[in-house]
Design a protein around this ligand. Structure first.
Ligand SMILES: Cc1ncc(COP(=O)(O)O)c(C=O)c1O
Length: 498
């Protein structure tokens, strides 16, 4: 009996050490004998969720005694965040409950807050996700856009060159930060190390949107992670690759080498998260982050080794099929398998739908390709089913609509008249898109996926941009950011706010 008790105690101690927040939650649930608190379900799930979600309702707690507080963490959450910083190699890490989105917004607000009025500029890759744009609207920062490199066969932005960033820094010595996306949705990466060095020469932080690369730290065959490459603010959607629940994500901070007042930026990140995050953060999300971090630390190498092997074998298999192309880019995340069947007459939207109708759900379907996310949780039955369905993919008679080169270029050409914030807060009117050319756009218009905007608030509406967006809709793509989702009308600036 005594031995069994010791063992149980030891298990709890291990759990507390390895997953402090998970342990605090489980212990709390065990100790509760009467519940009179929010959330109002008090551990009892409404049907049919109660039966379907099992005991998850029990763990859905709030800031009860012993469970710490995300806004001012001093106990279990503080310890869980400290372990996250250690695992990922950061000076400090924060749990996020509104995805990488809130991390990027907090980062841009921090840059704005710490930069003098004369330095309210930020250098950003034009393939930024819409969450960065919302950060621009909130912060009022003025973007200096830099064009990423593009792979025209797959129709995707691949990476940002250090040369392009160096030029932007030379042209804008008053910029307060640089922000890039690496990896992209498609797993292609930039030379973060070279870009970080450029930023540090001018003493400004590099923000890396690593939403899709939380797992990079796990295995040497994965691209170098942004923190190891020297980035200063990094966001990771843990929910995308690390197995935590949807919306859970991480923000990491690492000081600029040799900078003396770096705690200003660190404190500002903390403040901004308090400003933006819910006062009732989900303990399910936070606990899942704690568990995912622990798993990464204890089994990351083995887990991701398996995932890499699975993805490579799938990629090899698919690339041997006639008229199927698999993206193979230098420094690409091997666990992102990007396939084009355009030579068989299938654009990404139609291929996505074809697969979906046969029970196979993929992550991305865009104008040319589809993207598969392979993780340690991907099962071999899924892989077999995908191969089976692709094998039966017929060649369609007419060729898939190929977006003309000029229109694809349109997403790279823009004319900024107002900052995104100025346009967002202007007096606006809704006009027919046939009359919109030359007007100043007041909303963002972006094909989703991949969530990269073609028009931003403050930019002139051009014929090329409209034609490109209409083609995207015509071939089955969706546009996000619009007040009118049918894209018959668009919001434009009527009068700038004084
Ligand atoms: C490149 C990129 N950055 C940021 C985000 C936002 O991440 P989250 O959904 O975790 O808020 C996404 C979401 O898809 C993304 O693809």
């Amino acid at each position: 009996m005594a031995i069994a008790k010791n063992e149980a105690q030891e298990n709890w101690e291990n759990l507390r050490r390895e997953m402090p927040l998970a342990a605090a939650v489980f212990e709390k649930v065990r100790s509760l004998k009467g519940r009179f608190h929010v959330p109002g379900h008090q551990g009892v799930g409404l049907e049919p969720l109660g039966s379907r979600w099992g005991t998850a309702f029990l763990d859905d707690l709030t800031e009860l005694e012993g469970l710490d507080n995300l806004a001012v963490p001093t106990a279990a959450i503080a310890e869980a965040q400290r372990l996250a910083a250690k695992t990922f190699g950061a000076d400090r890490s924060w749990f996020l409950v509104n995805g990488s989105t809130v991390g990027l917004q907090a980062a841009l607000l921090a840059v704005s807050r710490m930069s003098p009025r004369s330095r309210q500029k930020i250098i950003i890759g034009r393939n930024a996700h819409q969450s960065i744009l919302t950060g621009l609207m909130l912060s009022g920062l003025c973007p200096v856009w830099v064009q990423p490199e593009v792979d025209y066969e797959f129709g995707i932005a691949t990476h940002m060159t250090a040369k392009a960033i160096a030029q932007a820094l030379a042209d804008n010595p008053d910029a307060g930060a640089v922000c890039i996306v690496s990896p992209t949705y498609y797993g292609t990466t930039s030379n973060v190390e070279a870009i970080a060095q450029l930023c540090h020469k001018t003493n400004i932080p590099l923000i890396v949107d690593e939403a899709h690369g939380g797992h990079f730290v796990a295995h040497p065959c994965l691209p170098q992670c942004a923190l190891a490459a020297g980035a200063n603010i990094v966001v990771q959607s843990a929910h995308k690759t690390l197995g935590s629940l949807t919306q859970s994500a991480l923000l990491h901070y690492q000081e600029i080498p040799g900078q003396t007042n770096s705690n200003v930026l660190e404190d500002s990140l903390s403040d901004n998260l308090r400003l933006l995050q819910s006062s009732s953060p989900s303990y399910l999300l936070m606990t899942s982050l704690d568990v995912a971090r622990s798993r990464l630390q204890s089994h990351g190498y083995q887990d991701w080794h398996r995932a890499i092997e699975m993805a490579q074998s799938l990629g090899d298999h698919l690339s041997k099929m006639s008229n199927i192309c698999v993206l193979n880019y230098p420094n690409q995340d091997p666990t992102r398998v990007i396939i084009s069947a355009i030579e068989k007459g299938w654009n990404g939207y139609d291929l996505d739908e074809y697969l979906d109708q046969r029970g196979v759900a993929v992550e991305i379907g865009d104008s040319r390709a589809i993207g598969l996310v392979i993780t340690p949780q991907t099962c071999s039955q899924s892989v077999d089913r995908l191969i089976q369905v692709i094998q039966t993919l017929p060649k369609v008679q007419e060729n898939a609509v190929k977006i003309p080169y000029r229109q694809r270029q349109a997403r790279c050409e823009f004319q900024t008249v107002l900052t995104p914030r100025e346009a967002w807060f202007s007096t606006q009117k809704s006009i027919d898109i046939r009359n919109a050319v030359g007007e100043i756009c007041a909303e963002w218009v972006c094909p989703y996926p991949p969530g990269i905007p073609v028009l931003l608030p403050g930019e002139k509406v051009t014929t090329d941009a409209l034609e490109f967006l209409q083609t995207i809709r015509a071939i089955g793509g969706e546009l996000s950011g619009l007040l009118d989702p049918t894209f018959q009308t668009i919001q434009v600036v009527l009068k700038r706010r004084q």
